[in-house]
Design a protein around this ligand. Structure first.
Ligand SMILES: C[S@@+](CC[C@H](N)C(=O)[O-])C[C@H]1O[C@@H](n2cnc3c(N)ncnc32)[C@H](O)[C@@H]1O
Length: 405
C-alpha cells in the first residue's frame, strides 16, 4: 500500500468519518440516477450499487434502507468505519447491504457484478486518494456501460477560507508531528484568538465541531480540491462524461445575474465556461455531479409521449395542510420542495390537482394515466399535459426507464 494511503487509513481509523448517524442523501436513489442517461439496463436483473469509500455508511445505509430491492456494496479502507457501518446494518436488519475492506487505488478483492455496477456513489473520497485520476479511472472501469456515477469532490474556491486555518495550524504544529498532538495545538489555537481566519467565512463553526470533523477538515493528511476546469479534465481523462450537477439550480446563470445585458453576455459563453463563471462567483465548497461512461449521453428532454413512464421523485417533499370540515376534507396549502431548494407554493389549478392526483403513487404511471385522472377532475387534456411538463421541469416527477419501473 502507498505510504500516503497508509497515512489516510491511519487518520480515518483513529477518527472514523463522520460523527453523525445514517441519513438519506440526495443523489443516492438508483432508479432516479439511472433515469438521467439515455442508455438503459436490461430488465429483470438486480440493480447493483457500489459506495466507493462508504466510511461509517451514513449515505449507504440511508440509501439502502429506502431501496430494499437494490443490492448495495460499501467499500472502504478503514476497518473501524466499516465495523460501525456493519453494526448499523445489523441493527436495522438490512439484507441488501454488504461491506468490504479494500483500497480504491487498486480495487483488489472487489467483487464486480457481471456487466459492472449500475450505480457508483462516491462522496468526499476521490480527493483523498493518492492519485485521484488513477482511482477514478478504476471506478469507471467497473461501471456498467449504462451505469451512472454520483460523485462529490471538494471545491477549491469554496474551501479557500478553510485552507487559511489549515495553513495556520501547519505553521504552528507541522505535519510531521503525531496527529493527536496536532489536534491538541490546532484546537487550542482556534479557541484562543479571534483571528478573522477563524471567525469569518462559511467555516466559522470550527470551535464547536467534533474532533472527527476537525481532523477531516483541518488536519487531513491528503486532499486535492477542484475548480470546474480541473474537475472536467479529471472526468474526461477517466473516460467519463458529465451528465448534470446533482442540484442544477445552483448552476443557473439566471438565478445569479439580473436580467439584461450582463446575463445575455454570460449566456453566450460555452456551458463549461458558464459553470466556471458561476463557481468563480459563488465559491462552491463541494462539487457534486452525475457522470456516465463515454458513449452514453444525458437523457433527451421529456417530449410528452403518452406511453412515457413517470414517477414521483424520491427527492421531492410535499407539505400538505388539510382540514376536516364537517366530514369534508379541504386542502389548505401545498408546498413542493425539491432537494434543498426553496419550496414552491402551489395554488389551486391543474398543477396542484396533478400533484394531489399522484402524490401517493408509489409506482410509475403513464402520462396517459395522469391525463385521464385529471380529466375526471374536470381538467382538459392540454392543461393536464402542461401540468405534467411543469412537474417534470420542476423535477417533482422523473422518467424511470421502462426496465426500472
Ligand atoms: C470524508 S470520508 C467520507 C465517507 C463517506 N463517503 C461519507 O460521505 O460519509 C472519506 C472516506 O474515504 C475513505 N478512503 C480514503 N482513501 C481510500 C482508499 N484509498 N480506499 C478506500 N477508501 C478510502 C476513508 O477511509 C474515509 O472513510
Amino acid at each position: 500500500m502507498h505510504a500516503t494511503t497508509q497515512a489516510v487509513r491511519e487518520m480515518y481509523s483513529a477518527f472514523p468519518y463522520p460523527a453523525g448517524g445514517p441519513t438519506l442523501r440526495q443523489g443516492t436513489d438508483a432508479r432516479l440516477l439511472l433515469s438521467y442517461v439515455e442508455r438503459s439496463r436490461q430488465a429483470g436483473r438486480a440493480i447493483h450499487v457500489l459506495d466507493a469509500g462508504c466510511g461509517r455508511g451514513v449515505g449507504l445505509i440511508g440509501a439502502a434502507s429506502t431501496q430494499p430491492d437494490v443490492d448495495f456494496l460499501g467499500v472502504d479502507l478503514c476497518r473501524q468505519a466499516l465495523l460501525d457501518a456493519e453494526r448499523e446494518v445489523q441493527r436495522r436488519g438490512l439484507a441488501n447491504v454488504r461491506l468490504a475492506e479494500l483500497d480504491l487505488m487498486t480495487l483488489a478483492g472487489l467483487e464486480v457484478p457481471a456487466g459492472g455496477f449500475d450505480v457508483i456513489l462516491s462522496s468526499g473520497v476521490v480527493h483523498h486518494l493518492v492519485d485521484p485520476l488513477a482511482g477514478l479511472t478504476r471506478l469507471a472501469d467497473v461501471l456498467a456501460p449504462h451505469g451512472v456515477l454520483s460523485l462529490m469532490v471538494y471545491g477549491r474556491h469554496g474551501r479557500e477560507s478553510l485552507y487559511r486555518v489549515v495553513r495556520a495550524i501547519d505553521a504552528l504544529a507541522p505535519r510531521g508531528l503525531p496527529l493527536r498532538e496536532r489536534l491538541k495545538w490546532g484546537r487550542e489555537l482556534v479557541a484562543s484568538i479571534d483571528s478573522p481566519a477563524f471567525t469569518s467565512g462559511p467555516w466559522n463553526d470550527l470551535r464547536d465541531v467534533s474532533e472527527v470533523e476537525f481532523v477531516d477538515r483541518y488536519l487531513n493528511v491528503n486532499e486535492t480540491s477542484y475548480d470546474v476546469p480541473a474537475l472536467f479534465t479529471l472526468l474526461e481523462r477517466a473516460g467519463l462524461e458529465f451528465v448534470r450537477w446533482t442540484e442544477p439550480q445552483d448552476w443557473r446563470l439566471d438565478t445569479l445575474l439580473p436580467p439584461g445585458a450582463l446575463l445575455e453576455r454570460a449566456r453566450t459563453l460555452a456551458p463549461r465556461a458558464q459553470f466556471e463563471l458561476i463557481d468563480a462567483l459563488t465559491w462552491r465548497p463541494a462539487l457534486e455531479l452525475v457522470a456516465c461512461k463515454r458513449g452514453n449521453t444525458p437523457r433527451a428532454p421529456f417530449a410528452g409521449d403518452e406511453r412515457d413512464a413517470l414517477a414521483w421523485s424520491p427527492e421531492a417533499t410535499l407539505r400538505v395542510e388539510r382540514r376536516n370540515l364537517r366530514g369534508a376534507q379541504r386542502t389548505e396549502s401545498l408546498a413542493l420542495q425539491i432537494r434543498r431548494r426553496e419550496p414552491v407554493q402551489l395554488t389551486s389549478g391543474p398543477l396542484a390537482q396533478a400533484v394531489l392526483a399522484v402524490e401517493q403513487q408509489q409506482d410509475a404511471f403513464a402520462l396517459a394515466d395522469l391525463v385521464e385522472a385529471l380529466g375526471e377532475r374536470g381538467i382538459s387534456a392540454a392543461a393536464a399535459r402542461e401540468a405534467a411538463f411543469e412537474l417534470v421541469r420542476l423535477e417533482a416527477l422523473y422518467r424511470p426507464h421502462l426496465a426500472d419501473v
